[in-house]
Design a protein around this ligand. Structure first.
Ligand SMILES: C[S@@+](CC[C@H](N)C(=O)[O-])C[C@H]1O[C@@H](n2cnc3c(N)ncnc32)[C@H](O)[C@@H]1O
Length: 413
């Protein structure tokens, strides 16, 4: 049976099954209970954590995480499964290009250790393993995945690699090699804040309201208020996010990455763009059935909720924990620097020898999406953080924008 839910914020109708509807009702009941047990108000970050990761219920934890497969083109239309599509799901050329950078890092560290966080469907792991194997690098591929459901999906997808792939429950105490995370930081729960008319920093939390949920603001803790004040000027009515968890994750990385580099790819900006006065409603975004909107309370458990990344905060956290920022640039520039043109040339040659017009069209469309400024090429960035790395990384050989991350936002008072 198919029922219809209406996405009010996007003013678009989406259809969900009766099973999905009863799932979101269960997730909502769980969230109401959490709010009640917390005394009637939950920090948004806690609410977001439960809606995405509560075991057996959250979007990423209950078999609902719908990472789309590459678009399939029928004669009449292009169809997309799932809720959203990520770069590794689009084309193996993404992973193959990344593999060139990973291999450089492995050679520099003289190791064969890769550690991926948040491996989703396992597509990137598979592409990296294949490309590195083709180069003669039979790596040990470690994955840390918080979602038990996705871990299972990864185990199925990567079974052919046998014991080359292993899953960690917690980060290592010490690691030498290459760390990878694609769209990891944007999936971490964020704190929401808003500036009151009186210039006070308020923390946004969630309360039960009628049968659903609503925001309720409270004066922020002194620590959150000080962090917000240090990052942006007071702008009454302005709301945005701080990804405390992502910064803590970077601090943690600084403790266990003994030597090597982490490549983190995500959508976001440096701080002066993140807290731009015109971005008054922040960057929170929901994804369901390839529609994006900002109604975070719609269908808990059935939709992804994300926030863009403040790359200045990531760079600062890295530096505070003793890591170097080895490079920061757009995804398009990174892929072009790292060797996508050469891989495309080889692909074109292969297509001359064994033409597959439909697959070729899909591949070129995917590459276009990866590097076009209007699509993922500019909004997505790549940052490399490392320790003990002396040679420059080729992915940042041109148009390294690390300097932008040092720019301070708050104008002189
Ligand atoms: C948006 S998905 C991206 C999946 C995949 N990397 C891709 O690009 O297709 C986010 C992934 O990060 C995982 N995740 C979120 N927080 C995590 C954390 N702290 N440690 C490890 N994985 C995490 C989620 O369960 C999910 O697999």
């Amino acid at each position: 049976m198919v029922l219809t839910l209406t996405v009010v914020a996007a003013n678009q109708a989406i259809s969900v099954s009766a099973d999905a509807l009863s799932h979101t009702q269960r997730v909502s009941a769980f969230l109401h209970l959490q709010i009640q047990q917390a005394g009637g108000w939950l920090p948004f970050s806690v609410w977001m954590h439960h809606t995405l990761y509560a075991p057996g219920l959250g979007y990423y934890a209950a078999g609902n995480a719908k990472l789309a497969d590459a678009p399939s083109t029928s004669s009449s239309a292009t169809t997309l499964s799932g809720d959203f599509i990520t770069a590794p799901q689009l084309t193996p050329l993404f992973g193959q290009t990344l593999a060139r950078q990973v291999s450089e890092i492995l050679r520099q560290t003289n190791t064969l250790e890769v550690l991926e966080f948040g491996a989703g469907s396992g597509a990137l792991a598979n592409d990296l393993l294949s490309a590195l194997h083709a180069e003669g690098l039979d790596v040990r591929y470690n994955i840390l995945e918080v979602s038990a459901d996705l871990k299972q999906r990864q185990q199925q997808r990567l079974s052919e690699w046998g014991d080359r792939v292993s899953w960690l429950e917690t980060p290592p105490t010490s690691f030498v090699g290459c760390v990878v995370g694609n769209e990891l930081l944007d999936a971490m729960p964020v704190e929401l804040f808003t500036w009151s008319d009186q210039g006070e920093v308020m923390e946004r939390g969630v309360v039960s309201h009628d049968a659903g949920f609503a925001f309720l603001d409270k004066p922020a803790s002194p620590q959150l208020a000080a962090t917000v004040r240090a990052r942006m000027p007071a702008l009454p009515g302005y709301s945005s996010e701080i990804n405390v968890q992502a910064e803590a994750w970077i601090h943690d990385l600084g403790r266990w990455l003994t030597r090597g580099a982490a490549l983190l790819i995500d959508y976001g900006f440096p701080r002066h763009e993140y807290y731009h006065p015109q971005r008054q409603r922040g960057t929170l975004m929901c994804h369901i059935q390839h529609r994006s909107h900002d109604d975070v309370f719609l269908a808990p458990g059935l939709q992804d909720i994300t926030a863009h990344v403040d790359f200045t905060a990531i760079a600062e956290a890295a530096q505070q924990s003793g890591l170097d920022v080895l490079g920061y640039t757009s995804q398009a520039r990174f892929l072009l620097n790292a060797g996508l043109p050469q891989l495309l040339e080889a692909y074109a040659q292969q297509q001359i020898e064994h033409p597959e017009p439909k697959q070729r069209a899909q591949t070129y469309a995917a590459v276009q999406k990866l590097i076009s400024e209007a699509e993922m090429g500019e909004l997505f960035k790549v940052i490399a953080l490392g320790r003990g790395m002396t040679l420059p990384l080729s992915g940042f050989s041109q148009s390294d924008r690390s300097g932008q991350l040092a720019a301070q936002l708050a104008p002189p008072v």
